[in-house]
Ligand binder design. Sequence first.
Ligand SMILES: [Zn+2]
Ligand SMILES: [Zn+2]
Length: 238
Amino acid sequence: MRSRSSVIVDDIIKIDYPADSLFHAWRDQIDYGKIEHLLFTHTHYDHFFPEDLYNRVEGYSHGCASPLHIYGNDAAISQTYKAVPARSERYAFHRLLPFQTVALGSFRATALLADHNPLETCYLYYIEKDGKALLHGHDTGWFPEETWSWLEGKKINMALLDCTNGQLTTDKRERNHMNVETVREVKRRLREGGQIDDQSQLFATHFSHNCGLHHEDLVRIFAPDGIQVAYDGMVVQI
Ligand SMILES: [Zn+2]
Ligand SMILES: [Zn+2]
């Protein structure tokens, strides 16, 4: 069963805050009080429910004196600003521009352009720490050329790739969301570009129920490609 989309890195960075965040916390015993940085990819409802961040306000939540640093595009930041007591010291807002790099404690995160909602500047994130890099690659279709250019010369130890359309479509450069063939083509290009090697881990994720594929089906489909299939609650090490 797929719940709405989010990833946590080393307990302190959360990518996206969907309405299922409370469910995730209960299911996986997550302490959101430890989260210091929240990165929004875009404001589609399966990634974005800023009203719930109100729970962090003084007098309601306890033991989280430092601000939650919130990053995203104009839409994500302005909507979150309206949804919470924005002047509270519990929140700090950071509007990101495409290809801007910010320091998140000992991490660095760069917002890369996605090809997704044409009405919004949607972001992928390249997150680095201690010489290792994670590419959070959804929601997006085939990456825009500006993003491919930025990735030149970069290394990727782990990539999470949009596979919304499964085998419903077969375009190798699908727009807005990817499918199995586009994920394979992204792997091929990353390999050709030297961003990934045999040690790099690739995960397909964000599958639509409309694909009609179960987890086992996707595992079988991607097995020959050396691409792993993500599932809710999955924990991996870089
Ligand atoms: Zn989306
Ligand atoms: Zn989505």
